[in-house]
Design a protein around this ligand. Structure first.
Ligand SMILES: [Zn+2]
Ligand SMILES: [Zn+2]
Length: 413
């Protein structure tokens, strides 16, 4: 009897165990399947929510942009008269972009414009100004291809026509119909269709917008060096420690040339060394600068190439005195309208000098410049020595006029 009962109990326990185990497995499977389903639903749901949010944000941004109607922008009214005003937010016409300015950089040209109150070729007051910028696309006009909302871009300050005599010969910087764009000192800027299609570039994700904004001046510097046709081993003297002088010397040093920087101010000596100048000549007088520079060349014969990046007659004359027989002078710095310079014709002729004067940039140079910035070899950070808000623009220009050691200030609207 006892044996039968025991066997029955054991059988019963096994049955219970089997049922329980089976049940547990089933529960596990159900729970697991449930988890999977829930996870899938969560992931899908999140995706849906995210895309709805992004779509909604775009709609809201677009509506806000145009409901808001106005933006803050710097308006030049005349000599040393810049006012921060509410102006209409531009709208994108066919082929155009509206870019939310991430950073606009101060430039020697803008400083000249601020001082003079106009620019012969580009600006008649009252006008928006500022031309070195990078930002984010917030509106793309009808027919724009290659750019969409949210894209980070650098939009250059000009674009050539592509069809005139000069464009056809690869001298787009001299285009008969060069289209300029200004208005970077503002929250938003309209980019004309021709600049969108010919001279607007995508900024790689790892490049800060304020660094990308250096593309314009750097394109001029790269152009200036290439146009001087340097040869390996050349000694190159760069006159001037302003933003462009420093940029040219840095580009030349990166390309492996021995650079002699000729500068005036203490702060520029430091900057020139940091940016790769092999020698820095700092003197008050031009005569001493010529002597000290020649002393750094074989038999004091003079440098292979002298690039003038100041834009005053004295510096143009100095450049001609710096080069060796058969050397090249590049008058890179533009002087004020109506300036005349007297040069030693005997020296130019009997020393068989090549005189060049590089102006502006071409779309190809702009691409090279952004590539150089993106490569990380170019010390972009060294050129931006300050940050300021749009409403501080007057103070920034006053400071730049008083020749501090500032190179460029990033204006963040
Ligand atoms: Zn500039
Ligand atoms: Zn043209």
């Amino acid at each position: 009897m006892a044996g039968t009962v025991k066997a029955a109990i054991l059988r019963g326990r096994k049955t219970v165990e089997t049922v329980v185990e089976g049940g547990l497995n089933t529960v596990d499977t159900v729970v697991e399947a449930g988890f999977n389903t829930v996870e899938t639903m969560v992931v899908e749901g999140r995706k849906k929510v995210e895309s709805a949010v992004s779509l909604g944000r775009k709609k809201v941004e677009h509506t806000l942009l145009h409901d808001r109607g106005t933006m803050q922008a710097a308006v030049l009214h005349g000599r040393e008269d810049v006012r921060i005003e509410d102006v209409p937010i531009p709208q994108a016409g066919p082929g155009e972009l509206i870019v939310s300015v991430g950073a606009a950089l101060t430039c020697g040209t803008d400083l000249k414009v601020y001082r003079r109150g106009y620019h012969a070729r580009m600006i008649v007051p009252p006008a928006l100004f500022g031309h070195e910028l990078a930002g984010t696309v917030v509106e793309a006009g009808e027919g724009v291809s290659g750019f969409a909302n949210g894209d980070r871009v650098v939009a250059l300050n000009s674009a050539p026509c592509g069809v005139c005599y000069f464009c056809q010969r690869g001298q787009e910087n001299l285009c008969d119909d060069l289209l300029f764009n200004n208005g970077a000192y503002a929250e938003f800027i309209r980019i004309p269709a021709r600049i969108v299609s010919k001279n607007t570039l995508h900024v790689p994700g790892h490049v800060a917008l304020e660094h990308a904004a250096l593309t314009e001046p750097l394109a001029c510097a790269v152009h200036g060096l290439e146009d001087s046709h340097p040869h390996p081993g050349d000694q190159i003297a760069v006159i001037g420690g302003g933003p462009l002088g420093l940029m040219i010397l840095h580009v030349a040093a990166l390309a492996g040339y021995e650079v002699i920087a000729i500068v005036k101010h203490d702060g520029q000596v430091e900057a020139a060394r940091q940016l790769g100048a092999a020698h820095v000549v700092q003197t008050a007088s031009i005569r001493a600068a010529i002597r000290d520079t020649r002393a750094l060349t074989p038999k004091q014969q003079g440098v292979d190439i002298a690039i003038e990046a100041v834009g005053v007659p004295d510096a143009w004359q100095e450049a001609v005195e710096l080069v060796r027989k058969g050397g090249t002078v590049n008058f890179f710095g533009g002087c004020a309208v109506g300036t005349h310079v007297s040069l030693d014709t005997n020296r130019i002729h009997y020393s068989n000098l090549t005189l060049r004067a590089t102006f502006h940039h071409t779309p190809a140079m702009c691409r090279k410049a952004l590539d150089l910035i993106a490569s990380g070899r170019f010390q972009a950070g060294a050129f931006i020595t300050g940050h300021a808000h749009l409403y501080e623009l007057n103070r920034v220009f006053e400071k730049l006029m008083n020749r501090s050691s500032e190179i460029k200030t990033a204006i963040v609207p």
